[in-house]
Design a protein around this ligand. Structure first.
Ligand SMILES: [Zn+2]
Length: 314
């Protein structure tokens, strides 16, 4: 039986069902809440998360991938508690986002890869929760020395463990191509890579190139209109589905239950559609209207995530 590690232990990949491939439960500034605990109402955050996960389950979503890395202040105990209170599976990541602490430039590729491998093979901290995916990131600054260190460490950890890589990119800078180049140099099979935030781009040539090299692209920021308006995001997916690329795209919001950057009120005011239910409530109907077939939606939401977690290094 094929299984994937989740916050509550291994789950059959056949049980994953509709899966949102890039979300967060909580994102925060590392160190701030730990040292100013009056900013951290764990009970209230758990209650919000429980409600949002219940809403997701009611819409047929059965799993989310929480891509919260060490520089986004994860709390693995809280993630496991949310998973215990929820019927939605939570898959957890190791890795680093684009705000790496100085540890990641002061230590070489092998030391950083060892951290990732430990999270995947033994579990995160003392929690026993094993990461099932590696996150790394390139933003507007491009491949700086510390980012290169992390990208190469991610590649080594991918090859050592067989779990997939999922990235953050600055799509306007076409930074997925630089990521693929580094992974390729390190001998990673690019089919084991998801180039994230590709949905922020309507540069079809760029998106086709990423997929033609084997990777899946993350159409994963629905509701973040300032990167690309919803209508454009839908149009791009419909076009690529019509061209036969449904097997190379996954869907998500990059939303969260709670963040120390934006209150729930501020989210509603400034990004009203940026929440876990936007795809189920608004985007799937819009995709159908744009000509995307039911089996293509199924492939992007169910089939591709399952295949990504079932695949092994060849
Ligand atoms: Zn994210």
């Amino acid at each position: 039986m094929n299984t994937v590690e989740t916050a509550l232990g291994p789950v059959a990949t056949s049980e994953l069902g509709a899966t949102l491939m890039h979300e967060h439960i909580v994102t925060r500034s590392p160190g701030v809440q730990e040292n100013s605990p009056h900013l951290w109402d764990r009970g209230a955050i758990l209650a919000i998360a429980e409600r949002k996960m219940t809403d997701l389950f009611a819409r047929g979503i059965r799993a989310i991938v929480d891509l919260t890395t060490v520089d986004l202040g994860p709390d693995i105990g809280l993630i496991a508690e949310v998973a215990r209170r929820s019927r939605v599976h939570v898959i957890v990541a190791t890795g680093v986002w684009w705000m790496p602490q100085r540890y990641f430039s002061a230590h070489g590729v092998d030391a950083v890869a060892d951290l990732f491998i430990r999270d995947i093979s033994q579990g995160i901290g003392g929690s026993g929760v094993k990461a099932a995916i590696i996150k790394c990131a390139t933003d507007t600054a491009g491949v700086t020395p510390v980012i290169e260190n992390i990208l190469r460490a991610s590649a080594l950890a991918q090859k050592a463990t067989g779990v997939p890589i999922s990235t953050h990119t600055w799509a306007a800078g076409r930074s997925g191509l630089a990521q693929q180049a580094i992974f390729g140099q390190e001998g990673v099979d690019l089919r084991r890579v998801i180039i994230g935030h590709s949905g922020d781009s309507d540069d079809l040539g760029y998106l086709r190139e990423l997929m033609d090299r084997g990777s899946t692209i993350g159409m994963d920021r629905f509701g973040l209109e300032h990167f690309l308006p919803t209508a454009k995001r839908v149009e791009v997916i419909a076009r690529l589905c019509a061209e036969g690329y449904a097997g190379k795209m996954v869907l998500s919001h990059d939303a969260n239950c709670w963040s120390d950057m934006l209150t729930e009120d501020a989210k509603r005011r400034t990004r009203p559609r940026w929440h876990y239910n936007h795809i189920s409530d608004d985007i799937l109907p819009a995709l159908r209207k744009a000509g995307v077939k039911e089996d293509q939606i199924d492939q992007m939401l169910v089939g591709n995530p399952r295949a990504i977690f079932e695949a092994r290094n060849g």
